[in-house]
Design a protein around this ligand. Structure first.
Ligand code: NDP
Length: 485
């Protein structure tokens, strides 16, 4: 293998790689071949203890620095990430199977954006002064303390940075647990932060499955938990965090609607639907997987969609010409194949795809179902794979009610040339992140997060600061104290 995928050790704690072979071994599998490319060990209780103790120890000195000093380190880390984008993108491809064509523009680059943005914001964090006659109150914006980040497997570098950058900017210490499926990338983020000057103990990475995450979430020294994962995991982690009255951010799953009206630019709508269903082989939380297409243009939409999907280049994800890679794991592909079988049993029309690709690795064809109805399983449950469900509609009120008839509320999109309708529809969507004539943009400057069961809190933008800091009010009396006795 031209690239060494085996990390120096499983964990990164207190500024250095740490190993403990007593932990359960986790084989890292390259999704394009199914072969083992590295092995790490799940954190033992001793490793979890070291991570929490080092974060706790380091946090107060970090918080005592000025925002400018903290921000400078984050911005230096952003520069390092950009300079190493190629190597980091190759590693992201090994970890997830996503094509290099994607990882080279969407992962380390997005992580670097977060480090740069929150690095810049760090120096601007202030409290406020509230005058009360001659007396006054001032607020201090203070860190929460030790923040635990738990990641999903689809964006391991980005998720580590989206959680780490705002937390560190606010003066917190971080312990990050990647998904056991993709344990490699977060270690590189930790390495780079230390190289950029981050003091030891402030960004730790521990490996493991759900029980390691649970050990972190339930420790009394942990003040905040930020999870990116599925709704069922979110319920468990939220409940465990609630026991300790901890702060939470929950970035969970979705089954987002994408509405294409009869006046939409079909080429753009098809492009949006492709971005919202097949990027990262469909393994994106905000995907618009319920595509409601107006009956008048449905067949034209499907014809053009099928034609453009035929241009997908499926193959070795390291080849820069390849635009569609494997799914992250055998398990995930099997889950998606089960949904495809269910869609056929329930009577949806398979327009294209539907099968595993006949080659090594966990490849699955881009799949489109038409004539899908609201009650079908493939229209109700998050599949998390390259499966688009196309549903028909005729009327705006009808489609709005159907689009919102779901427990999820992560994202929603609309394609139309009617400006008033676009904004009316966006206002009526029950979702945290909406798109008009586009889909799945996620720049660091804008808040990202879900409504309803899709989550609590927001990542990115100035809004994230609220979720990694707390306000202290300090009352100051200038005149005498007036007590009743
Ligand atoms: P999971 O919910 O299975 O796992 C998420 C993380 O939580 C993993 O690191 C997992 O560890 C850990 N975990 C599992 N159980 C517990 C527990 N009891 N306590 C603490 N931690 C636990 O999600 P996937 O990794 O399968 O990712 C796919 C899901 O993530 C989809 O639903 C997708 O929509 C969502 N997602 C949401 C995003 C958003 O921003 N809203 C973005 C990306 C994905 P392990 O798996 O190693 O056992």
């Amino acid at each position: 293998m031209p690239y060494d995928t085996q990390p120096a050790a499983s964990h990164f704690i207190d500024g250095a790689y740490v190993e403990d072979r007593d932990g359960t071994p986790i084989d890292v599998i390259y999704p394009a071949t199914g072969k083992v490319i590295a092995r790490v060990h799940a954190a033992t209780p001793a490793i979890v203890e070291r991570a929490i103790a080092s974060a706790k120890r380091a946090q107060s000195d970090w918080a005592a620095l000025s925002g400018t000093e903290r921000g400078r380190i984050l911005r230096r880390a952003a520069d390092l990430m950009r300079a190493r984008n190629h190597d980091l993108s190759v590693l992201e491809t090994y970890d997830t199977g996503k094509p290099y064509q994607e990882t080279s523009v969407a992962d380390a680059t997005s992580g670097a954006d977060a480090l740069e943005y929150f690095g810049g914001l760090a120096a601007t964090l202030t409290g406020e002064h509230i005058q009360l006659g001659e007396n006054w109150v001032y607020t201090r914006r203070e860190p929460l303390g030790v923040c635990v980040g738990i990641g999903a497997w689809n964006y391991p570098t980005q998720i580590a940075c989206w959680k780490g950058a705002p937390a560190l900017a606010c003066g917190n210490a971080v312990i990050f647990k990647p998904s056991e499926t993709t344990p490699l990338c977060a270690l590189k983020v930790a390495e780079m932060l230390v190289e950029a000057g981050l003091p030891a103990g402030l960004f730790n990475v521990v490996q493991g499955m759900g029980e390691v995450g649970n050990a972190l979430v339930t420790d009394s020294r942990v003040d905040k938990v930020s999870l990116t994962g599925s709704v069922p995991t979110g319920r468990k982690v939220y409940a465990a965090a609630a026991e300790g009255i901890k702060h939470v951010t929950m970035e969970l799953g979705g089954k987002s609607p994408l509405i294409v009206f009869e006046d939409a630019d079909i080429e753009n709508a098809v492009g949006g639907a492709i971005l919202g269903n097949f990027y990262s082989s469909g393994q994106v939380c905000s995907n618009g997987t319920r595509v409601f297409v107006h009956r008048a243009i449905k067949e034209a939409f499907l014809a053009r969609l099928t034609e453009r999907l035929g241009n997908a280049v499926i193959g070795d994800p390291m080849d820069p010409a390849v635009s569609f890679g494997p799914m992250v794991s055998q398990r995930q592909r099997d889950i998606v194949l089960d949904y495809i079988a269910k869609g056929q049993e329930e009577g949806a029309r398979l327009v294209t795809g539907g099968k595993a690709v006949d080659r090594e690795g966990f490849y699955l064809e881009p799949t489109v179902f038409a004539d899908v109805t609201d009650d079908m399983k493939i229209a109700r449950e998050e599949i998390f794979g390259p499966v688009m469900a196309v549903l028909d509609f005729e009327d705006e009120d009808e489609v709005m009610a159907r689009a919102n008839d779901t427990e999820f509320g992560l994202a929603a999109g609309v394609f139309t040339r009617d400006l008033a309708r676009a904004h009316r529809v966006a206002a009526r969507f029950e979702a945290g992140t909406c798109y008009i004539n586009t889909y799945n943009d996620a720049p660091v400057e804008a808040p990202f997060g879900g409504a309803k069961s899709s989550g609590v809190g927001r990542e990115n933008s100035k809004a994230a600061i609220e979720h990694y800091s707390q306000l202290k009010s300090v009352f100051v009396r200038m005149d005498d104290v007036d007590a009743p006795f």
